[in-house]
Design a protein around this ligand. Structure first.
Ligand SMILES: [Zn+2]
Length: 382
């Protein structure tokens, strides 16, 4: 639904005021391409470049765009077009994690455009898993090569900036995202006797490197937690109960590489299924557009998301656990605003619950009112 003119004007003024004070430290700013969006289209204009942070700030204050994005690639001529004329120099690696890719049960209740606390918590866990279970142990990136920011709506962007990946081509980037998504991984690498009649199922140990160790650890941890945890790995409840009943024996088996303590039918399918639950959930579009497309533009950390009025806040690693987007990413902290709502589910902002509302006229703090206006479920009134 398009945003009405009055809402646009109010949002524009608020965005402008934010950008007057905002500091957006951007490395190699003069080598990046920039793109901007309005309230209808996230990238409506691109091929911009700025020589320094002051020039970018001037643009943001003057135009108050609904969305501001930049390239993770660096170019010799970032504003040249077509793309080939920009002369690519290299690119960071970006993972765009969005709650809507997690196919959560809550989303069938509140719809994909709304975001609840469960969505936000789940996608944060996914971001932590990406960093702690994949990027650091398997690829050897250090914490200071990884940046993380809230997307401004319902996800997180994980930026890897390292000499090691700067020159990788799209194909090589694709193999990294495939690995993380558990795609195209041959399960018989970890279970060499899989499908061989009369042979004991030899499998990975928790201490093994990479995917083998991940599968072993996921199983051990789920066994320790109980049946629910096993079924959340995609294991059939009947088998989960059988596994849990002989837990000590199964765990001992896994730690010694003997995965045959419980008889599981259709083993190949079973383990592939478990694997998909341990992998990072990335949608096809993300896979194609962000991680692998070096010409993709992504939200500039610290800028406002035009569908929420929240900031794409940069999060120091030490604060990630405690980070609460509906509090820490709030931008419009002053004043109140009168709105007319549609049907709106309950939500919590700055520690306070609002709603549920059903076609009501009410006065809310500006951040909560604008959140609803930009989500297209309320309009400002006198
Ligand atoms: Zn949800």
């Amino acid at each position: 639904m398009p945003l009405d003119e009055r809402s646009k004007k109010i949002a524009g003024d608020l965005f402008k005021r934010y950008y007057e004070k905002a500091e957006l430290p951007i490395e190699s700013i003069n080598e990046r391409e920039f793109g901007f969006g309005d309230f209808e289209k996230k990238i409506a204009f691109r091929h911009y470049s700025f020589k320094d942070p002051a020039a970018l700030k001037r643009y943001l204050v003057e135009n108050a765009p609904a969305f501001a994005s930049y390239s993770s690639s660096l170019y010799k001529y970032p504003d040249a077009r077509p793309m080939e004329k920009k002369l690519w120099k290299g690119s960071g690696l970006i993972f765009d994690l969005d709650a809507s890719d997690l196919h959560l049960k809550c989303q069938t209740e509140h719809g994909r455009s709304w975001v609840c606390q469960n969505c936000l918590d789940s996608v944060k866990r996914e971001a932590i898993k990406l960093m702690e279970d994949f990027l650091m142990p398997d690829f050897g990136f250090s914490k200071n090569e990884i940046g993380i920011n809230f997307s401004g709506n319902r996800g997180y962007h994980v930026h890897v900036n390292s000499k090691e990946i700067f020159l990788l081509n799209s194909q090589q980037r694709k193999s990294i995202s495939d690995y993380i998504a558990g795609a195209n991984i041959d399960i018989t690498r970890f279970f060499p006797t899989l499908g061989m009649k009369g042979k004991r199922l030899v499998g990975p140990k928790p201490s093994d490197f990479g995917w083998g160790g991940k599968l072993a650890n996921a199983m051990v941890s789920a066994l320790n937690k109980g049946v629910d945890s096993l079924t959340s790995l995609g294991i059939d409840p009947k088998i989960a109960r059988k596994l849990a009943a002989s837990k000590a024996d199964v765990i001992f088996g896994i730690t010694t590489g003997n995965w045959d303590k419980v008889n599981i039918p259709k083993k190949a399918e079973f383990w592939s299924n478990v694997m998909s639950r341990v992998a990072i959930a990335q949608s096809d579009s993300i896979d194609k557009n962000v991680t692998n497309d070096i010409h993709h533009l992504i939200r500039i950390p610290g800028t406002i998301h035009g569908d929420t009025g929240l900031a794409g806040k940069v999060i120091p690693h030490a604060s990630l656990d405690a980070f609460d987007p509906m509090k820490d990413a709030i931008v419009f902290r002053q004043g109140v605003m009168k709105i007319q709502t549609d049907k709106v589910p309950a939500f919590v902002m700055h520690g306070e619950q609002y709603g549920p509302y059903d076609n009501q006229t009410l006065e809310l703090p500006v951040y909560a009112a604008m959140y609803l206006v930009l989500k297209r479920v309320a309009r400002p009134v006198d």
